[in-house]
Design a protein around this ligand. Structure first.
Ligand SMILES: Nc1ncnc2c1ncn2[C@@H]1O[C@H](COP(=O)(O)OP(=O)(O)O)[C@@H](O)[C@H]1O
Ligand SMILES: [Mg+2]
Length: 384
C-alpha cells in the first residue's frame, strides 16, 4: 500500500514534500537570475511570500555593495556549472531580507534542469545566530586567557611594587634636607602609587581578592559617586538621574560597586568630551527571565551565559557621546584595550571582574555617533 505524505497539497510527491518541509530555504532561479519558486523556509528567511518573490531578480537578496560581483559570479556559474553533483559554496556570505536587514547565510548551489531550461537551486541556511554564538564563545575564551595572564602579572607586580614603594619610603625618611633627592624619591613613591592602582584594577578584572557581602543601596552609591565626580565631568556634560523612591539594595561589595559606577561614569563623560551631552544614571529592579537571557546571548552581553533567571537590580549608565563601532564593542572588556590617547584600558575590565564576581551581567548597546548605554544587572539574592 502506498504512503501518501500530505504537505500542503495532498498530491505532493515526496520530493515536493521534502522541499516544502525543509528547514533550509530553497530558491529556484532561472538562467536570467529571476526567482521562479521559493519554499516556506525561504519565505521565512527572506521575509517575503513566494508570490511576491516570483519573477524578481535574486540580486534583491544580495547586499547592494556586492551586487556587481554577484552578477559576474552568477554568469560564470551558468556558463560553467554543468556538473550534476552541484557546486557547493558553504562559506557564510552576506544576504539581505526584504526589510533591508542583513544576515549571514550558508549557500549551496545546485544546477538543475527543469524541463528544457537550465536553472539553479539555491539552498540557503541562515547562520546569523550561530555565528553570533561562536563569536561570543571566542570572546569569552579570549577574556578567560587574559584573566589568567592578568592574575599572574598582577600578583608578581604587587611584590615588586612593595619593594619599590617600601624602599622609597625608607629612603625618604633618611634623605634629610636634600630637596632634589626628596623630590626624586617622592616621584618614585607617586609612580609606585599609580602602578599599584593599575594592579588593583587588573586584580579586579582577574577576580582576585574576596568581595565583601553587605547590603549596598545602589541609589545612595549613585548619588554619592555623582557628587564626588561632579568636578571631574566634562564641561558640556549634563548629569541626570532616574531613581526610584525606595532603596534598591543588593548584597554586594561596596568598594567594587562604587568602582563599577565610577568607571562607567568617567567613560561616559569622556565619550562626550568633544561635543558635550547628557549622562543619565538609572537604578531599578528587573525581573530576568530565561527568555531574556537567551535573547541576551545573541547581543553584546557579558556574563549572561552563567547568569540565572530571577530578581535583579539594574544599574544603567547612558551617554549621548561618540558611541562605538562593532569592532570596538567586541573588545572593550579586554584589559589594556583602549582607543584613547592616554587610556589604560583597565576600567571596563575591572567593571566586568566585579560584575561577574557578583554573578551579574553587563549589557552594552552602542551606536556610532549616537551614544552608549551600559546596563549592569546584579542578582538581588547572591550566594557565592
Ligand atoms: N561610554 C563609552 N562610549 C564610547 N566608547 C566607550 C565608552 N566606554 C568605553 N568605551 C570604549 O571602551 C574602551 C575601553 O574602556 P576602558 O576599559 O574604560 O579603558 P579606557 O577608558 O582607559 O580607554 C575605551 O577606550 C573606548 O573605546
Ligand atoms: Mg575608562
Amino acid at each position: 500500500m502506498a504512503h501518501h505524505i500530505h504537505v500542503g497539497r495532498p498530491t505532493a510527491t515526496w520530493q515536493e514534500a521534502v522541499v516544502a518541509g525543509a528547514p533550509d530555504g530553497v530558491l529556484l532561479v532561472d538562467g536570467a537570475g529571476r526567482v521562479q519558486a521559493m519554499n516556506p523556509a525561504a519565505e521565512q528567511i527572506f521575509g517575503m511570500t513566494a508570490e511576491g518573490a516570483a519573477g524578481r531578480s535574486v540580486q534583491a537578496f544580495v547586499p547592494e555593495r556586492m551586487r556587481e560581483r554577484h552578477a559576474g559570479l552568477m554568469m560564470d556559474f551558468f556558463a560553467t556549472a554543468v556538473s550534476p553533483r552541484g557546486m557547493q559554496e558553504r562559506a557564510p556570505v552576506a544576504a539581505v531580507r526584504a526589510n533591508g536587514e542583513e544576515f549571514m547565510a550558508e549557500i549551496a548551489l545546485i544546477p538543475v534542469k527543469v524541463g528544457e531550461e537550465r536553472m539553479v537551486a539555491c539552498i540557503v541556511r541562515d547562520v546569523t545566530e550561530q555565528l553570533q554564538m561562536q563569536a561570543a564563545a571566542a570572546r569569552a575564551e579570549r577574556l578567560e586567557s587574559l584573566r589568567v595572564l592578568s592574575a599572574g602579572l598582577a600578583h608578581d607586580f604587587n611584590n615588586i611594587l612593595a619593594t619599590v614603594t617600601g624602599n622609597a619610603e625608607f629612603a625618604l625618611q633618611r634623605a634629610g634636607e636634600d630637596s632634589l633627592l626628596r623630590e626624586a624619591l617622592e616621584d618614585i613613591r607617586e609612580a609606585g602609587r599609580r602602578a599599584a592602582e593599575m594592579v588593583r584594577q587588573m586584580l579586579r578584572f582577574a577576580g582576585g581578592g574576596e568581595l565583601a557581602r553587605e547590603p549596598v543601596d545602589l541609589i545612595a552609591v549613585t548619588l554619592d559617586t555623582l557628587r564626588m565626580l561632579r568636578g571631574a565631568l566634562g564641561n558640556g556634560v549634563m548629569a541626570t538621574t532616574d531613581l526610584p523612591e525606595t532603596p534598591v539594595v543588593v548584597m554586594a561589595d561596596p568598594v567594587g560597586i562604587r568602582q563599577v559606577l565610577m568607571n562607567l561614569i568617567i567613560n561616559a563623560s569622556e565619550a562626550m568630551a568633544e561635543g558635550g551631552g547628557t549622562l543619565t544614571v538609572r537604578v531599578g529592579h528587573q525581573r530576568v527571565t530565561r527568555a531574556y537571557l537567551d535573547r541576551c546571548r545573541q547581543r553584546t552581553c557579558f556574563g549572561c551565559a552563567d547568569a540565572q533567571p530571577g530578581a535583579y537590580a539594574c544599574l544603567e549608565v547612558a551617554d549621548t557621546g561618540v558611541g562605538m563601532d562593532a569592532a570596538t564593542l567586541e573588545r572593550i572588556f579586554e584589559p589594556f584595550f583602549s582607543t584613547k590617547f592616554q587610556g589604560r584600558g583597565l576600567g571596563l575590565a575591572a567593571v566586568l571582574g566585579v560584575v561577574v564576581g557578583h554573578r551579574g551581567a553587563v549589557h552594552v548597546e552602542s551606536e556610532k555617533g549616537k551614544g552608549t548605554t551600559f546596563r549592569v544587572l546584579l542578582p538581588l539574592t547572591c550566594e557565592g
